[in-house]
Design a protein around this ligand. Structure first.
Ligand code: ATP
Length: 200
């Protein structure tokens, strides 16, 4: 089975994530896309992140009723920082070796790949799918290949979709009392309001 994994902080999950998951699922003919909220995101450890239960619940609401979308609590339930390589390894151990795994990420995250834990081992365990992100240029692939040999043969570069939404923008809008309709699925907007998230 071809399975996509979309890892992220999801603080909050937004329509960019949903559109990316849908587009990659269709373009690569994936059986499903698993949303994997990070427990303790190591790259963002200096900025406060909402409690994992809120972030997971918003993902659950966002994907409810969407066929082929799943939520995994694997990272949230593992103590310590969230390293993708450990997550993919655990996912493989739990789901068997028979699947083809595609880790989905935005181009902004692709350029950070050399800073990730064991990127060479990561690309042995799964393929990477990079999607465009408004404002993010495609990193220098030759340079990335030098740093992570073999990457280019394990990387799928897509040129769609282009969705100009970020969680940072949503948190800022909420803090400023601006509407977020159209940026997040409606139940997520309701949840944010109910739980007074991002209000400073
Ligand atoms: P923040 O603004 O807090 O940094 P974010 O919007 O980037 O958050 P994350 O949960 O950190 O959201 O993103 C998870 C993954 O989804 C990352 O690989 C990121 O690059 C990708 N992603 C998020 N939003 C988009 C988007 N609009 N288009 C393409 N990829 C995206």
């Amino acid at each position: 089975m071809k399975i996509g994994i979309l890892g992220g902080t999801f603080d909050p999950v937004h329509n960019g994530h949903i559109k990316v998951a849908e587009a990659v699922k269709t373009q690569l003919d994936l059986a499903k896309v698993v949303f994997m909220p990070a427990g303790q995101p190591w790259l963002k450890s200096d900025s406060p992140v909402s409690p994992a239960q809120h972030r997971a619940e918003m993902v659950r609401l966002a994907i409810a009723g969407r066929l082929g979308f799943e939520l995994s609590l694997l990272e949230i339930n593992r103590p310590g920082p969230s390293y993708t390589v450990d997550t993919i390894e655990e996912f493989r151990n739990k789901n068997g070796d028979g699947n083809e795994l595609f880790f989905i990420l935005g181009r902004d995250s692709l350029s950070q790949l050399p800073r990730w834990k064991e990127p060479s081992r990561l690309i042995e365990l799964c393929r990477l799918v990079a999607v465009p992100r408004p404002g993010s240029k495609l990193p220098d692939l030759k340079e990335l290949e030098t740093l992570i040999p073999g990457l280019s043969s394990r990387l799928v570069l897509l040129d769609k979709p282009e969705v100009d939404v970020s969680a940072t923008q949503i948190r800022k809008r909420v803090a400023e009392g601006l509407p977020i309709r159209g940026l997040v699925p409606e139940p997520v907007a309701v949840y944010i309001k109910q739980h007074k998230l991002y209000v400073v």
